[in-house]
Design a protein around this ligand. Structure first.
Ligand SMILES: C[S@@+](CC[C@H](N)C(=O)[O-])C[C@H]1O[C@@H](n2cnc3c(N)ncnc32)[C@H](O)[C@@H]1O
Length: 393
């Protein structure tokens, strides 16, 4: 842990622009191992994400879903209440019958009865796992799960170092739900990606590239910022065995959407060699990105990068974009809006309508109803888009 004192570890800085990915509030292993502070003083955690790949896991997942559906049906048909939610539902029904007086307690105070949670909440929380709040463990503590032992054995665990809460400019150090959606799609359609050369834009911690690396031949996982790229490279190293088993390779590289050129400065730690640029241009047939549409200027920059790179590829290419549609209440509109999403959709439309002699872009949504290999909430705001970038000459 270097020179970091325990006091420093106990005092992570939270500022007004700190953002926290939901993924880390629902960490499946229920424990978060704090391993170090990064170069800018943020605590770094190690999480283990299990891949539900074998039939047993999938069968138990299916069983879980069936159980949830059964309960949901029981819910709807007014069966015996089995927990607080059902009790609440029963109370709500009784309320409808008994009228408003029932809302008041003995002293005449209003008794608030909570709405029953929706079925998907029950499915995710009740059947698969409980909602958990991060329990932070320090490396070196006696009861910390044995990282070294697990490293040697787990072929179905993705190990990711990440931070838990960051200022907006460091969001890439957390894992975002759209990365899981894209990873699920890769595992679901693994034959499509077998032996491909892939480019990820805004790869963050590298989780999606690492999963792609278990299927594809070569993945260029790109982002900006030395600290983030170092974390990403560490994650690639942590999952070496997983990647070797699939004979894939993940190369971590700098690619800034705000710049028109690849970084080729030999002094820069994540720069590209001429051979790597040529390899990308000659062989890349898949480009992917997850949760990269949250700022309109960055969205424009990313689409410019996509346009430039697809133009320079030797072959036609398929682009997969995963995102979470975020709804915000704005005082300006006095309503719930999703401005970043609207801008993304407009830009997507512009790309499809582009009149270009060399390229034709075709856009289609992918229904996110494919099976889940990772444990997270597949909320309805998650979307996956496919763009076919076809060379016309
Ligand atoms: C919300 S994070 C998503 C990270 C990861 N894909 C995931 O879903 O977990 C957005 C990512 O876009 C990257 N990004 C922002 N501006 C960028 C730029 N100008 N060039 C390249 N990447 C950028 C961030 O560094 C960050 O990794």
């Amino acid at each position: 842990m270097g020179d970091v004192t325990e006091e420093e570890m106990d005092n992570p800085t939270f500022k007004s622009d700190t953002v926290l990915s939901d993924v880390h509030l629902h960490c499946p292993d229920k424990r978060n191992l704090m391993v170090r502070l990064n170069a800018v003083g943020q605590p770094v955690f190690l999480s283990y994400f299990k891949l539900l790949q074998n039939t047993e896991d999938l069968a138990s997942e299916k069983h879980g879903r069936e159980a949830a559906t059964e309960r949901e049906q029981q819910y709807q048909s007014g069966g015996e209440p089995y927990d607080t939610d059902q009790n609440n539902l029963k109370k709500e029904i009784e309320l409808n019958i008994e009228g408003v007086e029932a809302l008041l307690d003995d002293d005449g105070d209003l008794e608030v009865i909570r709405r029953p949670r929706c079925a998907s909440d029950i499915e995710t929380e009740g059947v698969f796992r409980d909602r958990v709040y991060p329990v932070i463990l320090m490396k070196g503590e006696e009861d910390v799960f044995d990282v070294e032992e697990q490293e040697g054995t787990c072929s179905d665990i993705v190990k990711i170092e990440h931070t838990m809460a960051t200022p907006l400019e460091d969001v890439g150090k957390q894992v975002w739900r759209a990365a899981f959606l894209l990873a699920d799609y890769i595992l679901f359609k693994r034959d499509t990606f077998k032996c491909c050369s892939v480019l990820e834009l805004g790869g963050g911690t590298g989780i999606t590239s690492i999963i792609m690396g278990t299927v594809a031949k070569r993945v260029y996982c790109t982002d900006v910022g030395e600290d983030l790229l170092a974390m990403c490279e560490k994650n690639v190293a942590l999952n070496k065995q997983l990647l070797e088993a699939g004979r894939g390779e993940v190369k971590v590289k700098e690619l800034d959407w705000l710049k028109d050129e690849f970084c080729t400065d030999p002094e820069a730690p994540y720069s590209w060699s001429e051979e790597e640029i040529a390899d990308l241009h000659d062989h890349c047939t898949v480009i992917m990105a997850a949760d990269v549409f949250y700022d309109d200027d960055l969205t424009d920059a990313l689409f410019r990068t996509l346009y430039r790179i697809t133009h320079n590829l030797r072959n036609s290419c398929t682009v997969y974009l995963a995102l979470e549609k975020r709804l915000n209440f704005t005082l300006r509109h006095m309503d719930v809006t999703c401005e970043a999403y609207s801008h993304f959709r407009n830009t997507l439309n512009d790309l499809e309508n582009l009149q270009d002699r060399k390229m034709k872009y075709t856009v289609e949504p992918i229904k996110p109803d494919f099976c889940q290999f990772l444990i997270y909430e597949r909320i309805e705001q998650l979307e996956l888009w496919k763009i076919i970038a076809k060379q016309l000459m």
